[in-house]
Design a protein around this ligand. Structure first.
Ligand code: GLY
Length: 304
């Protein structure tokens, strides 16, 4: 059987990443590539690779995922994640979890060990625990940096529009991969938006919004301001256009135009099809990304 050449592409958020944070973002993206790529090199599946890549970024405090995420308006971390297998369309999602260090691992358990697709809040935590995932305290996920960030925001007169501006951090993380069997997968994980209402769910863990994968179209992960992305079901929108024969790079750029023109949204997207053709784009000043194929490692932060 002919083997497909693997490809792995990750992002670590799209916003006006300041100069002094560029290096940590690029390091985080490169570390995620190293973990995901070593999985692919060992013959692991695309699904395994995106899980491992996203775990690295959840563990990295530079990003709005896992420990170090933004706090909601009550000072708690609430995390969302989704993982999807393009070969089978199996998907697993968790939303509003407060006691899981790596929500993408819980999402993978949902995908692999449940007839359901999505669990939220305490039900998701109970499911994760029953399937071997250790629960932590919410305090374990909170950094002093984030307490201070929330305090500053709540004591300022920042308007809603300021809060959702591209200058405010959108550090949702994600990965798309193609494995040697020719299958693609995607995963996305986030702490959501700063000062969000308790129970607010963003785009990241919703199928077709922040994440999607189908061998017949594309694997997609988005980042950015969640509500506009959800309104457009943007990941599925982009995947469908790849299925219609458009090149992923063209569709990535088109998705960002559509996001801006239709709902005044901002963010970024990574896309990969089962032939290894990929695309990435953002309509924010910067997006941290990294790409690995058998021939090259590329990474960047400015517009492609
Ligand atoms: N894109 C992350 C969120 O809005 O929740």
């Amino acid at each position: 059987m002919t083997k497909t050449a693997p490809v792995l592409l990750v992002h670590g958020g799209a916003w006006a990443i300041p100069d002094d944070m560029v290096e940590v973002h690029l390091n985080g993206a490169r570390n995620a590539i190293a973990a995901g790529w070593s999985t692919l090199e060992r013959g692991g599946s695309a699904l395994d690779a995106v899980e491992e890549a996203v775990v690295i970024m959840e563990d990295d405090e530079a990003f709005d995922a896992g420990r170090g995420s933004f706090l909601n308006r009550e000072g708690k971390v609430q995390l969302d994640a989704l993982i999807m297998d393009g070969a089978t369309l199996r998907a697993g999602g968790v939303g509003c979890v407060e006691r899981i260090v790596n929500p993408v691992r819980a999402a993978r358990k949902v995908l692999s060990e449940s007839p359901h697709v999505y669990f939220v809040a305490e039900g998701a935590e109970r499911f994760a625990h029953e399937h071997g995932i250790e629960l932590c305290r919410n305090e374990d996920l909170i950094l002093p940096r984030e307490i201070e960030r929330l305090r500053k925001l709540q004591s300022s007169s920042a308007q809603r529009d300021d809060l959702f501006a591209p200058t405010i951090s959108h550090d949702t993380v994600g990965a798309v991969a193609l494995d040697s069997s020719g299958n693609i997968a995607a995963a996305t994980s986030t702490g959501g938006t700063l000062n969000k209402a308790p129970g607010r769910l963003g785009d990241s863990s919703l199928i077709g919004c922040g994440c999607y994968a189908d061998n017949q179209s594309a694997a997609v992960s988005t980042t950015g301001w969640g509500e506009p992305i959800m309104k457009l079901v943007l990941a599925k929108w982009a995947a469908d256009r790849v299925a219609s024969g458009n090149l992923p790079q063209w569709i990535a750029a088109e998705a960002m135009n559509y996001l801006r023109d239709r709902v005044n949204g901002h963010g970024g997207i990574i896309l990969l099809d089962a032939q290894g053709r990929f695309g990435l784009a953002h309509n924010t000043p910067r997006m941290a990304w990294a790409l690995k194929t058998s021939e090259k490692l590329e990474f960047g932060i400015e517009r492609k």
